[in-house]
Design a protein around this ligand. Structure first.
Ligand code: NAD
Length: 251
């Protein structure tokens, strides 16, 4: 992915798109992620306080993700990419690799990837060699200081400049299976909309940011996403008239 200018369609995905593959979301389970409070497993402070618990938690997530398969929503987005190529960018908050396993290649993991590790000694990012609780050596420098390559609460997501460039230039922004509770992703609809994009939400239930979308469709991702992709590919999903206005100047 060399250029983020000229992308016409930006799709943001959240935990909801992987729910039907058997990867639990956490908002739907009363704010718990696999029985854990987010503050206990998904913050730098938690890692400092109890690295073994945090490593075990992500080792278990890595194994769980390896045992599930993409669902029709992931496959539909891969089908869309096969037709649109560089006109499409998928930005995902998910740390699973179900988009890639369905065949998508233009995927930006803004919250990192569970299958990868980051070395706290040399900062190199690499494929996780094994369970990180076993302290395997970093493939780059040999130090035994690998952490999951996921973005924890309070840390800076990956690719924000590239995402901003894509949002500012796109014609269409679609959010799938995301609660709108996690920032900065929750604000992407406002950026895209302010710069003239038509915006659509596909979600099981109204999200916290439904009001900011031009259109919201409620239902299962495995149903809504393939149907929407069919609309795009048959030309029935053109942005509403009047949306393609020139973007306002940036502050
Ligand atoms: P979230 O858990 O906050 O919200 C999930 C959203 O998906 C909800 O709005 C819910 O209504 C919707 N949803 C649930 N099932 C659905 C279905 N079958 N079809 C369509 N929509 C459905 O998720 P989030 O907004 O992505 O934020 C959670 C954070 O937690 C993310 O940053 C992510 O990194 C992390 N997380 C990732 C995974 C994963 O990688 N699969 C799983 C859990 C949490």
């Amino acid at each position: 992915m060399d250029s983020f200018n000229g992308i016409r369609l930006v799709v943001l995905t959240g935990a909801g798109i992987s729910a039907e593959s058997g990867v639990p979301t956490f908002r739907d389970a009363g704010g718990l992620w696999e029985g854990h409070r987010v503050e206990d497993v998904a913050t730098p402070e938690a890692f400092e306080l109890d690295p073994v618990t945090v490593q075990r938690f992500y080792d278990a997530r890595r194994r769980a993700v390896a045992s599930v398969a993409p669902n029709p929503a992931h496959h539909a987005l891969a089908r869309l990419e096969a037709e649109l190529g560089d006109d499409l960018l998928v930005v995902t908050q998910n740390i699973d690799d179900l988009h890639e396993r369905a065949g998508s290649t233009r995927v930006l993991h803004m919250h990192g990837e569970i299958g990868r590790a980051r070395c706290l000694a040399c900062e190199q990012r690499s494929e996780a060699p094994s369970d990180l609780v076993d302290e395997p050596p970093c493939p780059a420098c040999g130090e035994r200081m690998l952490r999951p390559d996921v973005v924890w609460f309070g840390e800076m997501p990956y690719g924000l400049d590239e995402i901003d460039a894509a949002l500012v230039g796109c014609e269409r922004f679609v959010a799938i299976g995301t609660s709108g509770a996690v920032h900065p992703a929750a604000g992407f609809v406002l950026t895209a909309g302010a710069f003239g994009a038509a915006t659509l939400e596909l979600n099981l239930a109204a999200s916290e940011i439904t009001e900011f979308f031009d259109e919201s469709r409620l239902g299962l991702a495995s149903d809504l996403v393939p149907r929407w992709v069919d609309e795009v590919l048959s030309g029935r999903d053109s942005p509403p008239a009047g949306r393609a206005t020139p973007p306002p100047p940036r502050a």
